[in-house]
Design a protein around this ligand. Structure first.
Ligand code: ZN
Length: 162
């Protein structure tokens, strides 16, 4: 555990102690610190840390641009652009999105008797948890290339579970 004082070096000076000895000291201006962010070992960052803001901020600290403006808001279609690294499409419905993966890395070239893309489901869930600042979204795989469908389809509910 690190303990210390954050300060700004102002300069050097000399002081006399009670016995009249002279000592050279560094003058430090200690100013209030603000914890601007916490990271948790079980969170998306994978380690414990705090981010400390010190002195005057040059510009206001904005949350990650891709994150939802308020926690718990229903998901927006735009979030899917953040992990469109796979061949995928998104359809927006009333209370859910349909996320299609046309070339699923999990079951591509496999034959199974039920949807097997738990890894993709988990990855989606993780991404959404990160993007939403810790919210859990319900995701069902409704079709799967592995069982003969043309794409793996994930039904993603917009309303977070918790
Ligand atoms: Zn699949």
């Amino acid at each position: 555990m690190f303990k210390g004082i954050f300060g700004r070096k102002v300069g050097m000076t000399q002081v006399y102690d009670a016995e009249g000895n002279i000592a050279t000291v560094t003058v430090v201006a200690a100013e209030p610190c603000v914890v601007v962010q916490t990271k948790r070992a079980d969170g998306p960052d994978g380690y414990e840390a705090i981010v400390v803001g010190f002195g005057e901020a040059k510009k206001p600290i904005k949350p990650h641009e891709g994150r939802f403006k308020k926690l718990g808001l229903p998901m927006e279609a735009g979030v899917f652009n953040q992990f469109s690294d796979q061949v995928s499409r998104v359809e927006e419905k009333d209370d859910h999105f349909l996320y299609y993966i046309d070339r699923c890395p999990v079951c591509w070239g496999r034959k199974t008797d039920k949807p097997v893309c738990y890894a993709a489901t988990g990855l989606l869930q993780e991404s959404l948890r990160w993007l939403s600042g810790g919210k859990e979204f319900r995701i069902d795989e409704t079709s799967c290339i592995g069982v003969g469908d043309t794409s793996c389809t994930f039904k993603i509910y917009k309303e977070p579970i918790g």
